[in-house]
Ligand binder design. Structure first.
Ligand code: DQA
Length: 153
């Protein structure tokens, strides 16, 4: 299984950005831990980060041909990007929405996710472990899909 982890705007600043909310690990450190876990789980993992909506949409489109699933922290785009929502709906691989913080216990505008209805599910509030849980979820869904398509043959 090959899973792509996409991080959206401001997540390149992890470690420096609001450490009380997002912790003190940098994105690179978190990605290293995710890679370790991926090895244990038995999946391949790649990473992409962009502060730009269009680049995230391009990455989602391209993921369709090369990956079995996506773990997406869309950052603040989560709350208002219908373009990212449409991109998720357009691709045929499962996308798991993740957030490091518990968005439901924060500002009112963070309680709305316009991408949630088209994602396979949402994981929020577990800090960097949200990515590990997201990876496990995406891999499970992808394995399940592959087993189901084998059965049909
Ligand atoms: C976030 C939550 C969003 O509301 C925020 O805009 C982010 C990070 C999280 O991981 O908790 O940039 O997605």
């Amino acid at each position: 299984m090959n899973i792509l982890i996409i991080n959206g705007p401001n997540l390149n600043l992890l470690g420096k950005r609001e450490p009380g909310v997002y912790g003190s690990d940098s994105l690179e450190e978190i990605q290293r831990e995710i890679s370790e876990k991926a090895k244990q789980i038995g999946t391949e993992v790649d990473f992409f980060q962009s502060n730009h909506e269009g680049a995230i949409i391009d990455a989602l489109h391209e993921a369709m041909d090369s990956y079995d699933g996506v773990v997406l922290n869309a950052g603040a785009y989560t709350h208002y990007s219908y373009a990212i929502r449409d991109a998720i709906a357009a691709i045929k691989i499962p996308v798991v929405e993740v957030h490091m913080s518990n968005v439901n216990s924060r500002d009112e505008f963070r309680h709305t996710s316009v991408i949630a209805p088209v994602c396979a599910g949402t994981i929020a509030g577990f800090g960097k472990n949200s990515y590990i849980l997201g990876l496990r979820a995406a891999a499970e869904i992808a394995w399940e899909r592959s087993r189901a398509s084998q059965k049909q043959k």
